[in-house]
Design a protein around this ligand. Structure first.
Ligand code: G1P
Length: 293
């Protein structure tokens, strides 16, 4: 029987130190790109991929994430009273009725592998998606996860979203080596977490999109601490690869690393140029502004 991906895990317990001071009191996943928080983009991408159960692995000082997805009675009442029906409709659409949210706590920050493992009791024995909201991906279509879920439906195995990066930047990513089996699709041969450019097996980097089979949980349980003293998802994937096929997939679309100041700024410019309400005015402004540089 072919399996379907219906659950997505969002590891959102991280401190967001790269975005300080913005993230001192605000969850990094709540930083807005134009007018929507990063976590909302991530959830919309999962919904577009046909996923209906959102599992957030949260930590201290992240209450704004569940609050964002809860119904806000006071606000809705006010909007109703003042006849702001468009805004009310927009709020209702943030989370469609068929979608449910589950929150689990990662009591200790022990790494991405550990965070994903915290979702095990909710994921159970099913394939699932992992989306890191810092990596915002725009594909002009139904999203990167939709592309990956479609590939999963054919292949029924774990899939890692990958992108070629500047060879000088390999130390920021999980880096893979693969045998290309179809355009953009490769069979994983090796994966290593954050290698220095001198020892990196390639410049093909894992970005924050994964479809994983539940066998990953057992691998995380036996993975010791790796790079940075953390329980790395990358190391568990390296172990999984010994037992099962794992594919890499070069997604279509542009990725913005919103955990970095530069990436976050780029995302705001690009999404501003796409936003129906402001794109014309913003494009005009940019053209004039660039002339003065
Ligand atoms: C994590 C993963 C890394 C991956 C990256 C993608 O690293 O450990 O393998 O390439 O996400 O964004 P982090 O950025 O959390 O340090």
């Amino acid at each position: 029987m072919t399996k379907k991906v219906t659950k997505a895990v969002f590891p959102v317990a991280g401190l967001g130190t790269r975005s300080l001071p913005a993230t001192k009191a605000v969850a990094k996943e709540m930083l807005p790109v134009v007018d929507k928080p990063l976590i909302q983009y991530a959830v919309e991408e999962a919904i577009a991929a046909g996923i209906d159960t959102m599992i957030f692995v949260t930590g201290r000082n992240k209450d704004s994430i569940p609050n964002h997805f809860d119904k806000s009675y006071e606000l809705e009442k006010e909007l109703e009273k003042s006849g702001k029906t468009e805004l009310l409709k927009m709020l209702h659409e943030l989370l469609p009725a068929h979608v449910s949210c589950v929150f689990v706590r990662q009591g200790q920050a022990l790494g991405l592998g550990h965070a994903v493992h915290c979702a095990k009791p909710i994921v159970g024995d099913e394939p699932f998606a992992v989306i890191l909201p810092d990596d915002l991906i725009e594909d002009g279509n139904r999203g990167c996860m939709k592309q990956m879920v479609e590939l999963f439906e054919q292949q029924q195995c774990s899939i890692l979203g990958v992108e070629r990066v500047d060879p000088k930047e390999t130390h920021k990513y999980g880096i893979v080596e693969h045998n290309e089996t179809a355009p953009g699709v490769g069979q994983l041969k090796s994966i290593v977490e954050k290698p220095k450019p001198e020892v990196a097996p390639s410049n093909i980097a894992v970005v924050g999109r994964y479809v994983l089979t539940p066998a990953i949980f057992e691998k995380i349980e036996t993975t010791g601490r790796g790079t940075g003293g953390e329980i790395q998802l990358t190391d568990a994937i390296a172990a999984l690869m010994q037992d099962e096929q794992v594919l890499s997939y070069e997604f279509k679309g542009n990725r913005y690393d919103c955990g970095s100041k530069f990436g976050f700024l780029l995302a705001n410019v690009e999404y501003g140029l796409l936003h129906p309400e402001i794109k014309a005015e913003f494009a005009d402004y940019l053209k004039q502004r660039v002339e003065k540089i």
